[in-house]
Design a protein around this ligand. Structure first.
Ligand SMILES: Nc1ncnc2c1ncn2[C@@H]1O[C@H](COP(=O)(O)OP(=O)(O)O)[C@@H](O)[C@H]1O
Ligand code: SF4
Ligand SMILES: [Mg+2]
Length: 351
């Protein structure tokens, strides 16, 4: 879709987040660069522990102890570098500029207050003057997600199912009209059909309001339906990033290929679906040098053991992999040879 020029861009640069562990401070997100183009939805996928939630928290400068942002910046148009914000400025930005659903948001509602009371608290804490309009918007959002808004607002969280609570979380993320919205696994408590419906509604609201949205999910199939771009995380790195259909249709990083091969819905043939062998690293088992994916990679080369691949962008696709670099260099050499000496190139082609 066409990016919306009034929506804010988000530029993550050189972002490193560490957690304190018995083995010292270890990075959960390492030197990540990621741009969310204005008006687009970026999906983030990757196995559990790859750093998706940690990255999402940084968009709100909300990494909690024992974690801390050790380096980098998160520039949001109209807000500045979120990493530099603190105190009251940061509190106002959360919800108002950046709407969010944290992972397991269905468990983060206040059990002692009705949803409606929590909505009003949220509105007041952000200086919303027209609270009636806020309630109207909330009911409207809930109705779109297939719920009786008035009844939900009168309910306590224990009166709602996990799926209903998740939809309440999405409503709370959208209701203050934030232009940047971060959704961390917003639909995991829902069945597949409802998941697809809710993501479609997120897409509709995103388009209507001109938002810039980040959606984290471990479901690569679901993200294809909703996102414009896809970022693939592994071991705290963004190993591949590009337009969602291109990344899913012709994955370049060996990890992305493995992820897609494991999903029959995407690989197109159940008999070909193959689980990715091995397990993702934990903070303690991440290799200190070389490529973080090498233990599980079917294209591993010597250089992968010692040199970390840097993300390189080509034709709007960003990939961090030595094998892809080598293939690109070959392709460039062939193209160069074809330009200069067509006969040699042709000879090579038919060799
Ligand atoms: N509070 C914490 N203390 C220590 N390690 C943490 C903490 N939160 C996350 N981690 C570690 O950071 C890494 C990334 O976690 P997370 O961002 O939650 O990944 P994801 O959302 O992709 O599952 C994991 O190895 C996880 O164990
Ligand atoms: S850099 Fe090497 S080990 Fe890492 S994904 Fe590429 S080929 Fe595999
Ligand atoms: Mg997570």
């Amino acid at each position: 879709m066409t990016p919306n020029p009034t929506a804010p861009a988000v530029r993550v640069r050189g972002l490193t987040v560490v957690y304190k562990t018995p083995m010292g401070e270890l990075p959960a997100v390492s030197n990540v660069d990621l741009t969310l183009a204005p008006g687009t939805i970026t999906g983030v996928v990757g196995e559990s522990g790859s750093g998706k939630s940690t990255l999402a928290l940084c968009l709100l400068n909300a990494v909690q102890s024992p974690g801390r942002i050790a380096a980098g910046s998160v520039e949001i148009d109209g807000l500045g570098d979120v990493v530099e914000l603190g105190g009251e400025e940061l509190r106002r930005a959360r919800g108002r500029h950046v709407g969010y659903v944290f992972q397991a948001a269905q468990n983060s509602l206040n059990p002692l207050k009705t949803i409606g009371k929590q909505l009003l608290d949220l509105g007041r804490s952000h200086g919303v003057e027209d609270l009636r309009a806020l309630v109207r918007d909330a009911k409207d959002l809930l109705a779109r997600m297939g719920m009786d808004g008035a009844r939900v607002l009168d309910s306590y969280q224990h009166e709602l199912s996990g799926g209903m609570r998740q939809r309440v979380g999405i409503m709370l993320a959208l209701v203050l009209n934030a232009k940047v919205v971060v959704l961390d696994e917003p639909t995991t408590a829902l069945d597949m059909i409802t998941q697809a419906t809710i993501l479609r509604i997120v897409r509709e609201v995103h388009d209507e309001r001109g938002l810039t949205t980040l959606v984290i999910t471990h479901d690569v199939g679901a993200v294809a339906e909703v996102a414009d771009n896809l970022a693939v995380m592994y071991g705290g790195r963004v190993v591949e990033h590009g337009p969602v259909m291109e990344v899913l249709g012709s994955p370049r990083h060996p990890y992305t290929r493995g992820l897609i091969r494991a999903i029959p819905r995407l690989s197109g043939d159940i008999s070909l679906a193959r689980a990715l062998p091995g397990r993702p690293p934990t903070l303690g088992t991440l290799p200190a040098a070389g490529c973080v994916f090498r233990e599980r990679c079917d294209r591993r080369m010597d250089v992968c053991d010692t040199v970390e691949p840097v993300p390189r962008t080509r034709d709007g696709r960003t990939v961090a992999c030595h094998a892809v670099d080598a293939a690109d260099a070959d392709a460039d050499a062939d193209a160069g040879a074809a330009d200069r000496t067509p006969t040699t190139a042709r000879r090579k082609e038919y060799a």
